[in-house]
Structure formats: structure tokens, C-alpha cells
Write a protein that binds this ligand. Structure first.
Ligand SMILES: Cc1ncc(COP(=O)(O)O)c(C=O)c1O
Length: 387
């Protein structure tokens, strides 16, 4: 039996930086300071520099980061926040946690990220009172799978309505568009450091990034009980702090991020080469002026379930990101407003997407083995039509 090939491999990731990670962890354990300290400040500075912004604030996770970014730009109960349905449910749950209402718009067929035309239509309907009294107070653009949403088009539309754009960069650490890094293109940005992310912690973690000093100081207060100084709450806040252990480990991980992203890109190029010409198989594309960081390598195919079952039988890990769009999940179905015209692209793509193995410790030989197994399925399929 051939060795299994995992979708992702966190043990291998740890092994690749083991010595430095242990040193960092030991330093924190001996320090006597475990939450929001020097390690956090060091990481915040390095991460802000990496993203090309003035400020980064460590928080407890990516969902909190979206919530705090929205609260910082002034979103409150009853406001509409436009975002996509084809995303991690966290994007939408963060909006609802504020008491705001998500307004879900469609995605583009090539990048699977927010469709500017659908957003424009949502703004038009909201301005005409089509969603009642509520107006769109912010847009959350999700940079999905490692590819940036079209920030110029989205920013142009939002600015006509004087509306801030929040970037959800949970899947796009280091991705660029027109030479600018994810997290530096909107008014404010949210990052997750969940372990499987391109920049992953060894537990939960997140950050809010912005060039705006006033927003940064608001998030600094919001993440810790609204304190301006210790025990003095100036605004109502929450507890969403990054601990020193995660900050120290993230500083180690950050040093490897560019090299790991570039390895992901070379694996994606190999996938594209080895999978070219297979009828009906759509490979990920990268828009002009964008640099993809392949958080996930997602192909699209009618008959995806049969291919996934074949790969499983060959001990190759796959997953579906995501099996159901948010507006079709039981918790949200029939109660979340949608953009005019509904979400036809979103509803067409979810039964067809499949994430193939992609992680920094994956080797070119393993990618070739995955591709050989896929080709085998296609050729077998010629003999027996797929269901
Ligand atoms: C697009 C997106 N937004 C937000 C989040 C939330 O991050 P976390 O799991 O750290 O709360 C995630 C993580 O799954 C995500 O993929």
C-alpha cells in the first residue's frame, strides 16, 4: 500500500521548526507573563510590517477579529453588513454576534470571491429601502482559499455609499493584489491563526490589522474590556486577547511564511501541469495582478463525490470547503437576506468543489501521486460513465 497523503499535516509543520518553537515556548514558560506582553508586542510589530500596515493587534481568534473590526468601524445592532455566503460560517456568525444582519451576496465564478455586481445590486436595493429601514454599514470581503477578492471594484462600490470595507484575511496571509498585501487594502482587516491556516498558531489566535491609528486604538480597548488604562473601561469591550505562548510561536512561524507560501505556489503550478487537459476538471485560477497563497487547492468537477471516494480508497485526503453555503445551512436558512437575483454562482459551485492535499510539507512527488490517482479515475471513468 502506498503511504497515505494527508490534506494537511500539522505534525510535519511542527517538526520543520521544532527547535525554534521549543526555544520560544520555554522562554514564555520561564517569563512569568502569559497574556498580552512583550511576545505579543513583538509579534504585532512583525506582523504589521509583514502586512504593510501601521498596526496589528493580537486577539483570541479570527471570529473575534471580524467582530472587533466591525465594531471598530461603527457597526452596531440593526445594521446590514454585506458579505458572501460561500465562506467559513465564522464570517457570518461574527456579524450576527454584534446584532447586525448579514446580507449575503454572490461570488464570481473564477475566483469564488465576492461578485462586485451582486454587491452593487445589494447596495441599490438597500438604498431603496428594499431591506426595510436598515442600511449597509460595512462590507466584509473574504479572501477565499488564498486569493484576494477584487478589492478595487469592491472598494469603488462601497466608497460610493461611504461604507468601509473590512477584509477577512483568515485564508490569505501574504496574498497580494496590485502589489499590496491582504490586510492592507481595506479600512481594517481580520486574520485567523487557527492551526491549519497559512500562518497557524498551536491553538487559537487572531489579529486585527489597520493603517488607521484611531481604529487600532479602538480595537486595543475593545479586546480588553474597553480599557484605556487598566481597570478603567472607556467603552464596553470584551475579553479577546492573544496569549504570550501563541504570540511567541507565531513569531517563529511568521519567519517561515514567505518561503512556505512560495512552496505552496510551486505545488499549485505542479498540480496545474499534471492535471491539465482532464475534461470537465476546473483548476484554480489566479486573477491578473494577484499573487495566490493557496491556503487550499480547490478543483471543481461535476461528479466530485465519486472522485473523492476514489482518492479516499487510495489513502489520499480531501475535504470540501464548504459543503453548504451559509444561507442554506439550518441555522441560517430562510432568515438571512440575499442580494437581488439570489446567489446562483454560489449555489452552482458547492456541489462540485473539492480540496486536494496542500500544505508546506507536501512534496512534489506526493502531488504527482495525487495527480496520477486523479488521472486513473478519469480514465476508468471513460469505461464506466460516472454517476
Ligand atoms: C474565512 C474565515 N473567516 C473567519 C474565520 C474564523 O477564524 P477562527 O476559526 O480563528 O475563529 C475562518 C476560520 O475558519 C475563516 O476561514
Amino acid at each position: 500500500m502506498a503511504a497515505p497523503i494527508a490534506l494537511t499535516d500539522l505534525k510535519a509543520l511542527y517538526a520543520s521548526q521544532q527547535e525554534k518553537l521549543i526555544q520560544a515556548a520555554t522562554r514564555v514558560l520561564a517569563s512569568g507573563w502569559y497574556v498580552l506582553g512583550q511576545e505579543n508586542e513583538r509579534f504585532e510589530q512583525a506582523f504589521a510590517a509583514f502586512c504593510g500596515v501601521g498596526h496589528a493587534l493580537g486577539v483570541a481568534n479570527g471570529t473575534d477579529a471580524v467582530e472587533l473590526a466591525l465594531r471598530a468601524v461603527g457597526v452596531g445592532p440593526g445594521d446590514l453588513v454585506a458579505t458572501v455566503s460561500h465562506t467559513a460560517v465564522a464570517t457570518v456568525s461574527a456579524i450576527e454576534r454584534i446584532g447586525a444582519t448579514p446580507l449575503l451576496v454572490d461570488v464570481e465564478p473564477a475566483s469564488y470571491t465576492m461578485c462586485p455586481q451582486s454587491l452593487q445590486a445589494a447596495f441599490g436595493k438597500a438604498a431603496a429601502g428594499g431591506y426595510g429601514q436598515a442600511r449597509i454599514k460595512a462590507v466584509v470581503a473574504v479572501h477565499l482559499y488564498g486569493h484576494c477578492a477584487d478589492m478595487r471594484a469592491i472598494g469603488d462600490i462601497a466608497s460610493r455609499f461611504d461604507c468601509p470595507v473590512v477584509e477577512d484575511c483568515a485564508q490569505a496571509h501574504g496574498a497580494t493584489q496590485h502589489g499590496r498585501k491582504a490586510g492592507s487594502m481595506g479600512r481594517i482587516a481580520a486574520f485567523s491563526f487557527y492551526p491549519t491556516k497559512n500562518l497557524g498558531a498551536f491553538g487559537d489566535g487572531g489579529a486585527v490589522a489597520t493603517c488607521d491609528a484611531d481604529l487600532a486604538s479602538k480595537v486595543r480597548m475593545l479586546r480588553q474590556y474597553g480599557w484605556r488604562s487598566r481597570y478603567e473601561s472607556e467603552i464596553p469591550g470584551i475579553n479577546s486577547r492573544l496569549d504570550e505562548m501563541q504570540a511567541a510561536l507565531l513569531s517563529v512561524r511568521l519567519c517561515a511564511l514567505e518561503a512556505e507560501n512560495s512552496h505552496r505556489r510551486s505545488l499549485a503550478a505542479l498540480y496545474a501541469q499534471e492535471l491539465s487537459g482532464l475534461e470537465g476538471l476546473r483548476l484554480p485560477s489566479t486573477a491578473e495582478h494577484c499573487e495566490h497563497v493557496f491556503h487550499l487547492y480547490v478543483v471543481r468537477l461535476a461528479g466530485r463525490d465519486s472522485l473523492a471516494a476514489h482518492l479516499k480508497s487510495q489513502h489520499i485526503g480531501t475535504a470540501i470547503h464548504y459543503p453548504l453555503p451559509v444561507h442554506m445551512q439550518r441555522a441560517y436558512a430562510d432568515r438571512i437576506p440575499l442580494a437581488p437575483g439570489g446567489l446562483p454562482q454560489t449555489e452552482a459551485l458547492y456541489p462540485e468543489i473539492l480540496s486536494l492535499p496542500m500544505h508546506p510539507s507536501l512534496s512534489p512527488e506526493q502531488v504527482r501521486s495525487v495527480c496520477a490517482a486523479i488521472r486513473q479515475w478519469f480514465h476508468a471513468d471513460k469505461a464506466a460513465p460516472r454517476s
